[in-house]
Design a binder for this molecule. Structure first.
Ligand code: NAD
Ligand code: WQD
Length: 366
C-alpha cells in the first residue's frame, strides 16, 4: 500500500538519493526531479538494487516554473515535497553569489509558487547548521539549540537563511488565508531541517557520496587521500580552543539523516504544525583529528596530513542540540562515527569511479 506521493527535488544527489531510498522503503511513491548538475542518474539503478523499487525521474531545473508545473500535472497524487536541489559549496558561493541566489532562492520561489498552484501543502526543506554561523559568540549555545539566534557568515548560508524566512512568510500567509476560508487540515506546513555534517554511505557499498568536481568537505577529501587520488589532507588550523586544537563538528550518518526526513514528513502530514525548525545532528562533537583517526582505523593504516592555516569563515564548534527532534519527531541518531567511516571506506574501495562504473560485482552476485 502506498502511504503517500512525494516529489524529491535534487533527489539524485547525496542526501536526496538516500532519502528517496528511505521513502521507498517506507512505502511512499517517489518522484525525483534533478538537472544532474552535481549528480548522476545511475543512482536510480542503485536505489532499485537495494530496495527493488525505482523512483520516477524527470530531468528538470528547479528554476523552470513551467517544467515544475508539468511535473505536478503529471502526478496529481503528490501532496508533499522534500526540497534538496541547491548549490552548496561555501567557497564558491562567495565567488558567484548571484548564481547561489538564483538557484537556491529563486528556485525555491518557483517551487513554492508551483506547489501553491497545484494544492501541494507540505514541504521539507534542506536547511543547514551554517545558518547559525558562529554560535560560540553566545553564552550557553553549544551544543546549538534551534533557539540560537541565526547569523550565517557566507553567501551560501545567507541563501539558506533567506529561504527559511521566505517559507515562513509564505506559510503564515497561507494559514491566515485558509482560516478565513474555514479550511482546517488542508493548510501549508513546513519542516526546516538544519543538518549538521552528513557522513558515510550505504552499508551495502553500492550507494554513497559522488561529488562531480573537486570535493570540499572533510570526509570525501580523506577518502581521496586513502585511495591515493590526493597526497595528503590539509588540516585547516590546529590553534582552535578544543582538546587537540582542531575544529569541532557533529558528523551524522547519512542513514540517520535520511530517516530524519521520513519522520519529519510523517509529522507534517499527520500533525499540521505550520512551520517548525529541527536540528538533525547527533549531539556529539568530533575534532578534525578525531575524524582522521576514525577514518584511518576504518582503512587500516595511518593517512597522511599536514597542518595549514585556518580556512576563512570556519568556526570553532558546530555541534547540535538534537533534543527538539528527539522529543517532537521521536527521531534520534543511532549510527556511530566508526560505522560511518567503515561504510564510507567500503563505498570508496568498491566504487573508485563513483556512479560512473558498474555496481560492485559482489552485490550483483547476491
Ligand atoms: P548534492 O549536490 O549531492 O545534491 C543536490 C542536488 O541538486 C544535485 O543532485 C544537483 O544536481 C541538484 N541541483 C542543483 N541545482 C539544481 C537545479 N537548478 N535544478 C535541479 N536540480 C539541481 O548535495 P547534498 O549534499 O545532497 O545536499 C542536498 C541539500 O542539503 C542541499 O540543499 C544542501 O544545501 C543541503 N545541505 C547539505 C549539507 C552537506 O554537507 N552535504 C549540509 C547541510 C545542508
Ligand atoms: C569540516 C571540518 C574544516 C576540509 C560545510 C558547510 C556547511 C554544511 C557542511 C552544507 C572543518 C576541516 C575540511 C579539509 C580540514 N554544508 N577541514 N581540511 O565546513 O563544517 O561545513 O559542509 O550546508 O554549511 O559549511 O564541513 O567538511 O568542509 O569541514 O581540516 O580539507 O574539517 O576546517 O573544521 P563544514 P567541512
Amino acid at each position: 500500500m502506498v502511504v503517500g506521493s512525494v516529489l524529491v527535488t535534487g533527489g539524485t544527489g547525496y542526501i536526496g538519493s538516500f532519502t528517496a531510498l528511505a521513502l521507498l522503503q517506507a512505502d511512499y511513491k517517489v518522484v525525483i526531479i534533478d538537472n544532474l548538475y552535481n549528480s548522476s542518474n545511475e543512482v536510480l539503478n542503485r536505489i532499485e538494487l537495494i530496495c527493488g523499487k525505482k523512483p520516477e525521474y524527470h530531468q528538470c531545473d528547479i528554476t523552470d516554473e513551467k517544467a515544475l508545473d508539468e511535473v505536478f500535472k503529471a502526478h496529481p497524487d503528490i501532496d508533499s515535497v522534500i526540497h534538496f536541489a541547491a548549490l552548496k559549496a561555501v567557497g564558491e558561493s562567495a565567488e558567484v553569489p548571484l548564481e547561489y541566489y538564483r538557484v537556491n532562492v529563486y528556485g525555491t520561489l518557483c517551487l513554492l509558487r508551483s506547489m501553491q498552484k497545484h494544492g501541494v501543502t507540505n514541504i521539507v526543506f534542506s536547511s543547514s547548521a551554517t545558518v547559525y554561523g558562529d554560535a560560540t559568540r553566545f553564552e550557553g549555545m553549544i551544543p546549538i539549540p534551534e533557539e540560537c539566534p541565526l547569523g550565517p557568515t557566507n553567501p551560501y548560508g545567507n541563501t539558506k537563511f533567506t529561504v527559511e524566512t521566505m517559507i515562513t512568510d509564505h506559510i503564515n500567509a497561507e494559514r491566515v488565508k485558509a482560516k478565513k476560508e474555514g479550511k482546517n487540515g488542508d493548510v501549508f506546513n513546513a519542516a526546516l531541517l538544519r543538518y549538521f555534517n552528513p557522513a558515510g554511505s550505504h552499508p551495502s557499498g553500492v550507494m554513497g557520496e559522488d561529488p562531480q568536481g573537486v570535493p570540499y568537505n572533510l570526509l570525501p577529501l580523506l577518502a581521496q587521500v586513502a585511495v591515493g587520488k590526493r597526497e595528503k589532507l590539509l588540516v585547516f588550523g590546529d590553534d582552535y580552543d578544543s582538546k587537540d586544537g582542531t575544529a569541532i563538528r557533529d558528523y551524522i550518518h547519512i542513514l540517520d539523516l535520511s530517516r530524519g526526513h521520513t519522520v519529519a514528513l510523517d509529522h507534517l502530514r499527520s500533525n499540521h504544525p505550520g512551520v517548525r525548525a529541527w536540528n538533525l545532528g547527533t549531539g556529539k562533537g568530533s575534532t578534525v583529528y578525531d575524524m582522521i583517526n576514525a577514518f584511518s582505523s576504518a582503512v587500516g593504516r595511518d593517512l597522511p596530513y599536514e597542518v595549514v592555516g585556518r580556512r576563512p569563515g570556519d568556526v570553532l564548534n558546530l555541534t547540535a542540540n538534537p533534543t527538539r527532534a528527539n522529543k517532537e519527531l521521536g527521531w534520534k541518531a543511532e549510527h556511530t562515527l566508526e560505522g560511518a567511516c567503515t561504510d564510507l571506506w567500503r563505498w570508496t574501495e568498491n566504487n573508485p569511479q563513483g556512479y560512473r562504473q558498474e555496481p560492485p560485482k559482489e552485490f550483483l552476485e547476491k
